[in-house]
Design a protein around this ligand. Structure first.
Ligand SMILES: [Zn+2]
Length: 284
């Protein structure tokens, strides 16, 4: 799979200089792996990406954040590179993506580029597309997951098709990633189907409405959305949207596997929440 990428993700070789022939293998989905030279590309753009990776001052989700490292796995997958985000190869891949999406400019990850990419990601979420017209009705029937499939034995329900797809996906992940096979809590579900009444009550009781989303129209009402446990940062709740927790999860073995493979099982991610995935095999 992508050991080369994981082994060389962030530190640039040769004390910060990209020497010739920094080769990695890129393996996306079922396609054959290809060799990619991360030293080839616009070096000035790579330097700008390296400088902004952990410091970019922006508000991609309407609150201030520093850097884009949390989103780097999704960005790398989108631009089809296995090169580290600080490398010329990454900048070259980003420039190609920008060019293909009518965005002129360098291979630099900035707010407009991220926003364009985010629109692409959101368009892949049927729930987002459908709920612009009307909030989908809850399903008539949901299936109960096994106790060991819920985080700490928590009862979780999903539509039957989504549950079957989840099971196939988790089996594949555990077969391919030793860390996931070793800790059976990883990739368990800590939320699935939630009735509109439950969400409204929780919103009022906990004053935690995720804006108005949870109260008004959550993807979890469809029985197609699932929150997966990939670990949590020390001192953080498993569903904490604190940036520290989101960054921690975005670097976990389980999340990185999902970014590369989940689409083969019909699951798409909501970029702000690395734990939140939606199955696209049935209409919401
Ligand atoms: Zn969720």
């Amino acid at each position: 799979m992508s050991k080369a990428r994981n082994a060389s993700r962030f530190p640039p070789p040769c004390g910060g200089l990209w020497a010739a022939a920094a080769i990695v293998l890129i393996c996306l989905g079922n396609s054959a792996c290809a060799r990619e030279d991360c030293s080839v590309g616009p070096r000035a753009d790579a330097a700008r990406n390296a400088a902004s990776l952990n410091t970019l001052a922006w508000a991609p989700f309407h609150r201030p954040e520093a850097g884009w490292a949390t989103y780097e796995p999704l960005v790398a997958r989108e631009i089809a590179t296995a090169c580290p985000p600080t490398s010329p190869g990454f900048a070259a891949a980003l420039a190609r993506w920008r060019g293909a999406h009518a965005l002129r400019g360098p291979g630099v990850l900035d707010a407009p580029t991220f926003f364009a990419m985010y629109q692409v990601w959101q368009a892949r979420r049927p729930f987002v597309v459908v709920s612009k017209r009307a909030c989908p009705a809850p399903p008539a029937v949901v299936a109960q997951a096994r106790k060991d499939e819920g985080w700490s034995g928590k009862p979780v329900s999903l539509r039957l098709g989504a549950l079957g797809a989840y099971r196939k996906m988790v089996a594949a992940a555990r077969a391919q990633v030793p860390a996931l096979a070793a800790d059976r809590q990883l990739m368990t579900m800590f939320s699935g189907y939630r009735s509109p009444a439950y969400d409204a009550e929780r919103c009022a009781r906990q004053h935690n409405c995720q804006g108005v989303t949870r109260a008004a129209c959550s993807a979890h009402r469809t029985g197609l959305a699932v929150d997966l446990f990939f670990g949590n940062a020390p001192g953080q709740a498993i569903d904490s949207s604190d940036d520290v927790n989101r960054l921690y999860i975005s670097r976990s073995a389980g999340y990185l596997w999902m970014v590369k493979n989940a689409d083969r099982y019909g699951f798409v991610n909501y970029a702000f929440e690395p734990w939140h995935w939606e199955w696209t095999g049935e209409p919401p």
